[in-house]
Write a protein that binds this ligand. Structure first.
Ligand code: NAP
Length: 298
């Protein structure tokens, strides 16, 4: 039987460790860790994500501050807010909930975030440190995937790993993390020729294309590990029901693989957990606390 890489279970286990870490260290720091979340506009999915992050923070003892700005705000006003939070010693982590409305320059706003508070790990300085394999904030979804693999002692070193997708959010940082861990990594994208043949070579196949059910069993080597990053809500033809699915046609692939991530309950919960880890990482650095959680940041 194939092994389910249960992100929900692992994220609860890590949260327990984080809760204990905060409890043990808050006296020395004289305050709990804190996270500022900036949301712009009314995208309903962003509202749900921000809500989930707020709840996760409160479960482990991180204080969260939500700044919900109107779509009509000016870019300079957002920059001012980011700069204010950059200078605020009571804020350890900060993130801009993506996507933001198209009229704003997303990358330039991310560049304004103090790299030491950039809990999404998307600032150039943190990406640069990842390229150099130096410790820093790591982007949450890729770091969550590495922790999922490690939790089941799935070997990365020497393995052939194919990543489908090259986004700044997932594909690129994930490929770099796996390369730093001595995987032999192939990064693929929408212009890749013979994707099927390349995927079939993979010991570990990671689908982050954002295309529902793109990967069926013909893409997968017998005994491979398959990680599904995609998340999509599909509506039934008669429009009465909706269902979540990933980039992988799981029911077709599961009988062939050694291990897989479910959707939902695989990669998604780990992304939120890594946000908590990054926030605590920043708090730990600021107050010179013990670094017992550092092995969670690949
Ligand atoms: P993205 O920015 O749209 O990037 C998608 C990447 O996949 C691009 O590099 C694209 O290639 C490539 N691609 C698209 N179609 C392809 C195809 N047919 N064959 C091969 N490559 C293809 O998306 P993203 O932000 O990386 O997210 C990917 C998926 O993960 C989405 O479903 C998103 O919702 C999900 N996600 C989930 C989590 C989570 O926590 N579970 C977190 C983040 C993202 P080009 O570069 O050539 O366009």
């Amino acid at each position: 039987m194939s092994l389910k890489l249960d992100g929900k279970k692992l994220s609860l286990e890590i949260e327990e460790k984080l809760k204990n870490y905060i409890f043990d260290n808050k006296e020395m720091a004289k305050r709990n860790p804190s996270l500022a979340v900036i949301r712009i506009g009314e995208d309903p999915a962003s509202g749900i994500y921000v809500n989930n992050k707020e709840k996760a923070c409160s479960r482990v003892g991180i204080k969260s501050f939500i700044f919900h700005l109107k779509n009509t705000v000016e870019q300079t006003e957002i920059e001012k807010l980011i700069n204010k939070l950059n200078l605020d010693n009571d804020i350890d982590g900060m993130l801009l909930q993506l996507p933001i409305p198209k009229k704003f320059d997303e990358q330039s706003l991310i560049s304004c975030i103090n790299p030491d508070k950039d809990v999404d790990g998307l600032n150039e300085q943190n990406i640069g440190k990842l390229v150099k394999n130096e410790p820093a904030m790591r982007s949450c979804t890729p770091a969550g995937i590495v922790n999922l693999l490690r939790s089941q002692n799935i070997t990365i070193e020497g393995k052939k790993i194919v990543v489908i997708g090259r986004s700044l959010l997932v594909g690129k940082p994930l490929s770099l993390m796996l390369l730093n861990l001595n995987g032999t990594v192939t990064m693929t994208h929408s212009k890749t020729i013979n994707l099927n043949n390349i995927c079939k070579e993979a010991d570990i196949l990671i689908a982050a294309a954002g295309k529902p059910n793109l990967i069926d069993s013909t893409y997968v080597k017998e005994g491979a590990v398959i990680i599904d990053v995609g998340i999509h809500r599909l509506t039934s033809p008669d429009k009465t029901k909706t269902k979540l699915c990933g980039d992988v046609l799981l029911e077709d692939v599961i009988p062939k693989v050694f291990a897989y991530t479910p959707v939902p309950g695989g990669v998604g919960p780990m992304t939120v957990t890594m946000l908590l880890v990054n926030t605590i990482f920043s708090w730990q650095k600021q107050f010179g606390l013990s670094s017992t959680l550092n092995d969670l940041l690949p």
